[in-house]
Ligand binder design. Structure first.
Ligand code: ZN
Length: 138
């Protein structure tokens, strides 16, 4: 299988069976973000525990495969990470898609979205969940 085909498969798997999809019970920090140029919608909820870790995270939304799979993979990556590690993950993802800043951690399956860099309009789809996460941490 070529790398492109493998990446395509990872994206479709997360799109069809999103991880951490739904809404949290109880108090959480939540934001709603949209990407009007594509029609993507995303609600993200985060609970930071006493150890300053992402204890709970869920997203809810609809939109293209890139926006939804990016959100799904993001929640898997940052769940259990500290807030500082999560900021490093956000910086690394931004670096992968825009070349800005620097890569600080390995992104694992999220590398499947690296090809999106060639399509500036779709970069907004891929970064939607990450911008939501960034505002949850503020
Ligand atoms: Zn989109």
């Amino acid at each position: 299988m070529s790398l492109d085909a493998l990446y395509q498969e990872i994206i479709l798997d997360h799109f069809k069976s999103p991880r951490n999809f739904g809404k949290l019970d109880g108090p959480a920090t939540g934001v709603h973000h949209e990407n009007p140029s594509c029609g993507d919608q995303l609600d993200l909820q985060v609970v930071i525990d006493e150890q300053d870790r992402i204890g709970k995270i869920k997203f809810y939304g609809r939109g293209c495969a890139i926006s939804q799979s990016s959100a799904s993979m993001m929640t898997e990556l940052v769940k259990g990470k500290t807030v500082a590690e999560t900021r490093d993950a956000i910086a690394s993802f931004k670096h992968m898609l825009t070349g800005e800043g620097e890569a600080k951690i390995e992104l694992g399956d999220l590398e499947a979205l690296s090809g999106v860099k060639q399509f500036p309009v779709r970069v907004k789809c891929a970064t939607l969940a990450w911008k939501a996460l960034e505002s949850c941490l503020e």
